[in-house]
Design a protein around this ligand. Structure first.
Ligand code: NAP
Length: 418
């Protein structure tokens, strides 16, 4: 006797184009290259994705965590996903089929058995923490979205880098007036640049880390600051004009900016006063470090005692954002290590070189359970920094694999690199 023909149902992994800020984190994280993008959308190839979940925790907006039950034969193709402005609704007949197949489902008319692919357990491919420090304040996220953004007024915009240098990095202060926009150090916001893309779509949001502490760039004001580098060439060195960075760097006082967010619920600082911060950054990746440092500077006056150690890399001193204000911080408050890669007449130095030179002090921090590590900046630095941490730990008698695992589980190793 012939039985019912099994229907193969796929739990298809999709990315919400309305929430995605196109930061490329998912594509970088995916261990099997299932995620790709065109000029419009980031998409998941259903033929490749094995639902390992490695991409889900690092996504700053949660756009990555979307699933639809589909007949395997009808899975959304990459080209279909490229054309989406919003996610399709769950197909109700497939949804009903899955429900009918769920354990314990009753009813006379049993549907044919469906082979539903369940996601496999969370992968250990994630290199940093997916939880915040135990003493972090609770963040607000997604208060404003693409469909319902808010606005802020530009109250400051000035160049941080020397006029003679190629890097045009700006410090931009946005004021939200009476609109609630609560943020924590380490969170980011999305900016919606005006205008349309070449194919007539609205520009997607660009993400920037907040460079100011939770109580405002100016204490007691409802404002945030950003650190924005004017993009004039792509990663391959070809001339290109970054849509949002040029828009932001050209803003004048009084201009109105459309904002979404805040984003981020793990790259957050500890609140207990004895916690130590080991901060490692390059270029504009210094934004969250500035926010955390300034918050601790303000709190120091209220009794915070933990150590701060900073490794900060830039091409030259003139291109290092916030050089002047960093130099004014008391030496007994923060241990600052600046490295420059393109100073004429000097050898190229990266943050990981300076970390090795300061191995004894870094090892002391690694050995202390109050230490929280933050890495932010260029993608390329992540591998080098983790390698330096490994070497330092191992030469000081620590088991790096065990320590790494513990740092991740305890919300004490945070990576944000693009
Ligand atoms: P950059 O000027 O291109 O580079 C900063 C320094 O990092 C340079 O000295 C560079 O050396 C060095 N570097 C290059 N490769 C390295 C490696 N493998 N290991 C260690 N150091 C390395 O930096 P940027 O243009 O400001 O870019 C900063 C990054 O931070 C961007 O990817 C940005 O997306 C990210 N970010 C920005 C924000 C924000 O809010 N704006 C927030 C988070 C992250 P060379 O001389 O070799 O180039």
């Amino acid at each position: 006797m012939n039985g019912p023909v099994p229907v193969e149902i796929l739990r298809q992994h999709l990315i919400d184009p309305e929430i995605c800020i196109r930061c490329n984190t998912c594509e970088e994280t995916c261990p099997i290259d299932a995620i790709t993008h065109d000029g419009a959308n980031y998409v998941v190839n259903a033929d490749v994705c094995n639902r390992c979940m490695a991409c889900v925790p690092p996504c700053p907006t949660g756009a990555i965590d979307n699933w639809r039950n589909v007949l395997k034969a009808d899975a959304y193709s990459i080209d279909e996903q490229y054309a989406w402005d919003e996610l399709p609704a769950q197909n109700s007949s497939v949804g009903a089929l899955v429900e009918a197949q769920a354990p314990g489902a009753t009813g006379e008319a049993q549907a044919p058995p469906a082979a539903v692919d369940a996601p496999v357990a969370a992968s250990d491919m994630v290199r940093g923490s997916t939880v915040p420090p135990w003493s972090a304040a609770r963040p607000y996220v997604h208060l404003y979205t693409h469909k319902a953004p808010t606005t802020a007024i530009v109250v400051g915009n000035y160049r941080l880098t020397d006029d003679a240098t190629e890097s045009d990095i700006h410090h931009i202060v946005l004021d939200f007036g009476a609109m609630p926009f609560p943020v924590l150090e380490g969170q980011s916001i999305g900016i919606l640049p005006p205008g349309l893309t070449a194919d007539g779509r609205a520009h997607h949001a660009r993400q920037y880390s907040i460079a100011s502490p939770r109580d405002g760039e100016r204490p007691g004001y409802n404002n945030v600051s950003l650190t924005v580098k004017r993009i004039t060439c792509d990663h391959g060195g070809n001339a290109t004009e970054g849509v949002c960075s040029n828009y932001l760097c050209d803003l004048k006082k009084g201009d109105v900016v459309t904002v979404i967010g805040p984003f981020g619920n793990t790259f957050l600082m500890p609140n207990h006063p004895g916690s130590h911060l080991l901060m490692i950054c390059t270029g504009t990746g210094s934004a969250p470090m500035r926010a955390m440092t300034e918050y601790r500077r303000r709190r120091r006056l209220k009794g915070a005692t933990g150590k701060l150690m900073l490794f900060f890399g830039a091409r030259t001193q003139q291109e290092l954002p916030y050089f002047g204000s960093l130099m004014n911080l008391p030496k007994d408050f923060i241990d600052i290590n600046l490295v420059f890669s393109r100073t004429p007449g000097q050898r190229k130095r990266y943050v990981q070189d300076a970390m090795r030179e300061r191995a004894v002090d870094v090892a002391h921090l690694l050995d202390d359970t109050s230490t929280h590590i933050y890495v932010c900046g260029l993608k390329g630095m992540e591998e080098g920094v983790l390698q330096a941490l490994r070497e330092i730990a191992e030469t000081h008698g620590m088991d790096w694999e065990a320590l790494w695992d513990r740092l991740k589980r305890e919300g004490r190793l945070h990576l944000e690199t693009y």
